[in-house]
Write a protein that binds this ligand. Sequence first.
Ligand code: OAD
Length: 245
Amino acid sequence: MAGKHESRMETAKLASWMKQSKYTVVLTGAGMSTESGIPDFRSENGWWRRIDPRSVATKEVLYADYTLFHEFYSMRIRGLTCCKPHKGYYILAQWEKNNIINSIATQNVDRFHQIAGNHKVYELHGCIRTIRCDSCGTAHAMGDFLDGSGCTGCGGRLRPDVVLFGEALPRDTWEKAMTDIERAELVIVIGTSLQVYPVNQLPFMTRGRIAYINNEIGGDSHQFDLFIKGKAGDILCKLDEIITS
Ligand code: OAD
């Protein structure tokens, strides 16, 4: 009971901060998509609990064991076909439309924010739905990757346009996200363990308030001005009820 009560109070507090804030940025992670049926990485059913990321998600594996690389990413791409954005995503899209939030920086590669209708989205770790040749950069259809084809131009290896371990983040996207977060009066962090550098530094670059919505506390709770423990979709619905009432 106490926990529920507390979460209601914290949710109301965040809603009031959102109403006051003239510039709000949302930062999402894999916990935003678990309610859509996509596993995250580090919680109980997460990918990295079953597979060592270094064995499937690096540039080295792309060249040393393409079969394994291809199998892992094909499985993740196919996994998306039966999933769709949940109600929390549509709330974020509506908030952007109504100027309640200004942009979303995401670590997710599923493109659900855009599918739900958000326009200002910074994909910090790329997108798994777009395919390119690792050698010459030529774009290819997703089917070409799933078929196991090579690049039609140069014969190079096809890969999804995601950031692999050891690769740099897309610089322009990173800079835009950082600029937005620096100027934000409020940053709302949703569904991320904040274990992965450099994105885990982003929330703390703001001079504004930082709220963290997650089903468990990740990192040091004193770093946040507010922590709401709960499921992303549920909390977003509750916030929306308060904001629109
Ligand atoms: P993680 O799996 O590390 O963290 C997800 C967090 O969301 C965990 O703290 C979960 O407890 C929480 N969570 C899960 N479901 C939730 C829900 N319904 N509501 C609220 N919280 C929930 O995922 P990320 O932090 O996103 O990078 O991982 C960061 C990066 O690590 C990923 O982008 C990926 C991975 O390696 C690359 O592939 C480059």
